[in-house]
Design a protein around this ligand. Structure first.
Ligand SMILES: *Cc1c(COP(=O)(O)O)cnc(C)c1O
Length: 480
């Protein structure tokens, strides 16, 4: 059974085997916990050395579907509030399966007219959805990290062009560092991208005016004025991960424009504020930035992995990423080759899922989902405010709720330790899944609601489960 060629007739059986297991997983998503108690043991049950002679697809897949779902988390389900985690809509999930079955390389039109055309249509639809100028360039990538990388590569190219250097071609060694400014909201992935780009993540100047990390606009104004028009990058965040805060994008756009700096906006999930009239003020001015990115696998609810980068001047993406080879076909108008606009050459046809979900649910469906999630975040915030034993650390701006447990019985200086222990218990318990962070110097919970399946009943479990677990913590019960 060693050679896959002997399994030519078994493809359908293999797909049915997995479809059946997926069906069971999906049907249990609403009831079962976000993580099973036996997950660690089930994960470690996959071990051992590489087989010389394989067991064949049926046996290998049987093993995978037997322990796999237990070893996984139910991150596709409605109570996985950790990080910012979307599910997969029915249309996106099925389209993504088709992408695997077709196994097209979405590098170029000749390798997949379907992949290339659907990417073009998807990017046009996304610009429309987010109300970004239709003439901007864009590309699908693996997530917000690579989208930040892609957009900041364009920013680097632009800055260095202004100094007479082709950064992609000749490198930036020997050039003076490019000044980079952000608030405290900047995400770790943008920091990582600057390191990968050779811009040096140590060179970010975080200009903050309070413990939450809000932008000090006066400091930015002076810093940009001092540069006297020399190129610089302003890194803005629309939707910060701890409490969902937004940098003041419109004012940053004014400043960047006045001082000829590049404005980049990381809107991994916050860009979706532009879908709702009630939230649009948060992300106002984004259409005046130079580059904007968002995730697909968060609030768009397409499977991992998917993100998108949009850049006002598409030419810059070509300058960085448009490296050809003699065996590539010549560029033809209306037959886009997306490998020329992003970091990867061979690429998954991510657009199938993006196109399918946008076609299936449209602008209205997405607006409703975003508004439902924001409503659920407010509902949880109200429950926290109405309680005696929880404290809301910030009114939710969007779909993230930042709060902590603070019973009367616990001394203030023990609250950080208490919330940390409670956070660990909660992850071990698994019924509702949310992580802790440090916000304004305090350990806090930060559930993010971004799964299409989540309803009131799911959110309503958060405080009761936390309370129940807290009651079992010895320091709380003895103090009480
Ligand atoms: C999640 C997130 C990222 C990183 O996204 P990945 O998809 O994990 O690469 C970047 N920025 C913000 C604001 C995020 O929330």
């Amino acid at each position: 059974m060693s050679d896959p060629l002997f399994e030519t007739d078994l493809v359908e059986a293999a797909l049915r085997q997995v479809a059946a297991a997926a069906d069971v997983y999906m049907k249990q998503l609403d009831e079962l916990p976000a993580r099973d108690a036996g997950s660690d043991a089930a994960a470690r049950s996959f071990s051992g050395s590489l087989p010389d002679v394989g067991v064949g697809s049926a046996a290998a897949l049987a093993r995978l579907v037997e322990a796999g779902p237990t070893a996984a988390t139910r991150s596709a389900g409605p109570r996985f509030f950790h990080f910012v985690t979307g599910g997969s809509t029915p249309a996106a999930l099925a389209a993504d399966w088709l992408a695997s079955a077709l196994d097209n390389n979405a590098a170029m039109w000749v390798s997949s007219p379907l992949g290339a055309q659907l990417e073009k249509v998807s990017l046009d639809w996304l610009k429309d959805l987010f109300r970004l100028p239709s003439e901007w360039g864009g590309v699908l990538v693996t997530g917000a990290t690579m989208a930040n990388f892609t957009a900041l590569a364009a920013a680097r190219q632009w800055c260095m062009e202004r100094l007479g250097v082709d950064a992609a071609k000749n490198g930036i060694a020997g050039a003076a560092p490019i000044p980079i400014f952000s608030s405290g909201f900047v995400h770790a992935s943008a920091v990582k991208a600057l390191g990968m780009l050779g811009l040096g993540y140590g060179s970010i100047r975080r200009l903050t005016r309070d413990a939450a990390g809000r932008f000090d606009l006066d400091a930015l104004e002076s810093a940009l004025a001092e540069l006297d028009g020399a190129p610089a990058i302003v890194l803005a965040t629309a939707g910060e991960v701890n409490a969902g805060g937004f940098d003041p994008i419109a004012r940053l756009a004014d400043m960047a424009h006045r001082h000829r700096a590049w404005l980049h906006v990381d809107g991994a999930f916050g860009l979706y504020a532009r879908l709702s009239p009630g939230l649009a003020h948060l992300a106002e001015g984004i259409d005046r930035a130079d580059s904007v990115i968002a995730d697909g696998h968060k609030w768009l609810n397409v499977p991992y992995d998917c993100g998108f980068a949009f850049v006002r001047d598409e030419r810059l993406l070509h300058s960085v990423f448009g490296i050809g080879a003699p065996y590539f076909p010549e560029a033809v108008a209306d037959r886009p080759d997306y490998l020329m606009l992003g970091p990867e050459m061979s690429r998954r046809a991510r657009a199938l899922a993006v196109w399918a979900t946008l076609a299936a649910y449209g602008r209205d469906g997405y607006r409703q989902m975003v508004e439902r999630h924001v409503g659920l975040a407010r509902r949880l915030a109200e429950q926290i405010e109405a309680s005696e034993d929880f404290e809301l650390l910030e009114q939710p701006h969007i779909n993230v709720v930042c709060f902590r447990y603070c019973p009367d019985t616990a001394p203030p200086d023990e609250l950080d330790g208490l919330n940390r222990r409670l956070g660990q218990l909660l992850l071990d318990d698994g019924r509702v899944y949310l992580g802790t962070t440090i916000y304004g110097g305090r350990v806090a919970f930060r559930p993010a609601i971004s799964n299409w399946r989540t309803r009131e009943a799911d959110v309503d479990q958060v405080l009761p489960v936390l309370r129940e677990l807290a009651a079992g913590l010895s320091d709380v019960s003895t103090a009480g």
